[in-house]
Ligand binder design. Structure first.
Ligand SMILES: C[S@@+](CC[C@H](N)C(=O)[O-])C[C@H]1O[C@@H](n2cnc3c(N)ncnc32)[C@H](O)[C@@H]1O
Ligand SMILES: *[C@@H]1O[C@H](CO)[C@@H](O)[C@H](O)[C@H]1NC(C)=O
Ligand SMILES: *[C@@H]1O[C@H](CO)[C@@H](O)[C@H](O)[C@H]1NC(C)=O
Length: 308
């Protein structure tokens, strides 16, 4: 995904510069965009009933002012349950998701083992210095990763925590579906009746590095997964966001993930500089920081928000 974005970056340099020039006030633009969605959302029932077949797209240019309550539409406000103590996080996930047993028990099952490679790890910037910098600083007991793919960054973090003598659980929230067309580049990830073996290959990779005690898959969409972790009181000391790279995905992942960040923890993510969706990740991160009075720091390709 990001691999494809690198060439895009080069070939469309001119186009990107023009776009940037037009939007001399990117923040104002994003707020207008958000507001247009808010108003569209609020007025949806009326125009839908009037003309259900062609909902009107709200025009940002017709909006002249924004009230605080309109911006509040975008805040994730629900309260999370009381935090589960760090040492009970793994058992909580096992109980809630896996009927109390480890998904790694008796893995891989016979019908799957021939479809897997002993080790198939590929990531993007998954070994960047940011991981060691933040793990040394935060000394996390719980890491939540949103967007895992084959586990490159998760396994790197597991190896770092092990070498630092930390007892860190790493929860890997991913639907393990990749993205439409990802097998064009990952043909060796088997597909069975339309079901790709990403979850299994990720788990096999974790087995290969003997990290099954420290890494758990949370195989759901980032939206429903982050909502449930909040309801269960499962918080992260360190949270990495690396799932969808369009504005709306990044915005909702960051908003929901921040809510389950333990006070004083650090949230960070990849691809601050990616061109995808008109710099969707960067727009989401900057807007989130701005609306919440937080500071965005950079470490290589990664953005970092320290809540301390
Ligand atoms: C760029 S890859 C993650 C790479 C990984 N962090 C690494 O460094 O190797 C993005 C992942 O996000 C997952 N993803 C994208 N949108 C998602 C969503 N809405 N819910 C859950 N997972 C999602 C995809 O399945 C994919 O595995
Ligand atoms: C869940 O675990 C219990 C034992 O703890 C077992 O009796 C039950 O069959 C399991 N349910 C499923 C759906 O695996
Ligand atoms: C794998 O890790 C476990 C602890 O989780 C340890 O007891 C075991 O010796 C390790 N095995 C190998 C081959 O390193």
């Amino acid at each position: 995904m990001k691999e494809e974005q690198q060439p895009l970056h080069h070939h469309h340099h001119h186009q990107r510069r023009v776009t940037t020039k037009k939007l001399t006030k990117p923040t104002a633009y994003v707020i207008l965009l958000l507001l247009s969605y808010a108003l569209g959302y609020l007025s949806a029932p009326s125009f839908n009933s009037a003309n259900p077949s062609s909902p009107r797209i709200p025009q940002a240019t017709t909006i002249t002012s924004a009230t605080k309550s309109e911006f509040d539409q975008f805040r994730v406000t629900a309260q999370c349950a009381d935090p589960v103590p760090s040492k009970l996080v793994r058992q909580t996930i096992l109980d809630r998701l896996f009927n109390g047993t480890s998904p790694f028990d008796d893995f891989p099952p016979a019908h799957v083992s021939s479809l897997l490679r002993p080790k198939r790890i590929k990531g993007w910037g998954s070994n960047g210095a940011v991981f060691e910098n933040l793990i040394r600083k935060v000394k996390p007991r719980t890491i939540i990763e949103v967007g895992t793919f084959l586990g490159a960054s998760a396994i790197h973090m597991a190896e770092l925590t092990r070498s630092l003598g930390l007892k860190t659980q790493i929860l890997c929230l991913d639907d393990f579906r990749g993205w439409p067309g990802f097998r064009d580049r990952f043909r060796d990830i088997a597909m069975v009746n339309g079901d790709v073996m990403l979850l299994y290959q990720f788990m096999q990779n974790v087995v290969h590095v003997n990290m099954t005690e420290w890494v758990l898959p949370v195989p759901f969409s980032s939206g429903s997964g982050l909502v449930k972790l909040c309801e269960w009181g499962v918080l992260g000391d360190l949270i990495e966001v690396d799932a969808g790279h369009d504005f709306h995905s990044a915005w909702s992942d960051i908003s929901r993930a921040y809510r389950i960040l333990r006070p004083g923890g650090v949230i960070f993510g990849h691809d601050y500089f990616t061109a995808a969706d008109n710099k969707g990740v960067r727009r989401a991160v900057d807007l989130f920081a701005k609306l919440n009075g937080l500071r965005v720091q950079l470490d290589g390709q990664h953005w970092v928000i320290d809540s301390a």
